[in-house]
Write a protein that binds this ligand. Sequence first.
Ligand SMILES: [Zn+2]
Length: 314
Amino acid sequence: MNLINLQQTLKFPIQLKGVGVHSGKDSILNIKPGPINSGIIFVRTDLEGRPEILGHYSKIVNTQMATTLGQGRATVSTVEHVLAALQGLGVDNALIEVDGPEIPIMDGSSHPFCEAILDAGLETQRATRAKLILTRKVEVKIGEKWAAAGPSERLEIQGSIEWDHPAIGHQDFHYIEGKTSFTELSRARTFGFLKEVEMLKQMGLARGGSLENAVVLNEAKILNPEGLRFADEFVRHKVLDALGDFKLAGYALQAHFRLHRAGHDLHCQLLNEIFKDPNNFEIMDSVTAEEKVRPAAALRPVAAGGNGGWAAAL
Ligand SMILES: [Zn+2]
């Protein structure tokens, strides 16, 4: 995070190659710098006309197994781990090109994306971040599972899980922006149960799933020979998923999220619930650095506009 909270993008484009966890097909991912206020935009380079899909919660079309975005006929799935890397590293604007329907799973974590972005370096842009400040509590529930958000001084995500499995049990993890090491958190891998993986494979899914890109458990233990990266890797990964999904808010976030046994469906519902009522939040608008230092006389009134009738003279 920079001091005056300016927008950031990548200094240079990066390229990653990997397998799609569900299709089992290899794809190439390019992450390129994006202009001020462009946000995160996915591009399906394999489809005619190279359709764009906005990285926004309103474009979520499926939350089973992964977060899938769709716009028109184009979809892109498993967006959460690359989005978590962008969220955790404070990247506001980026163009994500992929030549298939899935973002490659890499090692099942956000770490490969994170490393590649850090290698390219971040570029500070001459505009401040638009920030959503939550002003009251918002909550969604599905049976035993729930997700809530309340006011805070910064972005915090507190996750907890409860799994009746000897290797998992009860775990919780509290991410605090600016305090928790994101590069460390980014290493937490996705996980699945052997039974489910086999069932998914029979359904034609999880074709690319392996011990190389997930922690896999049978009824008694973890099957990966290397074991876990953290004793609480499971809940850490859940928090990482939430960081990625919440990037789809389209704003930097100032809120304290509490998630219990939540997943992509609840993350999506919570975002919808927050935006449903404008009394839930305030938006601190983006202003370009030039506008900030320009005297008030440089501003002119406009007939219509969301900024109290004033807009910057450009
Ligand atoms: Zn995940």
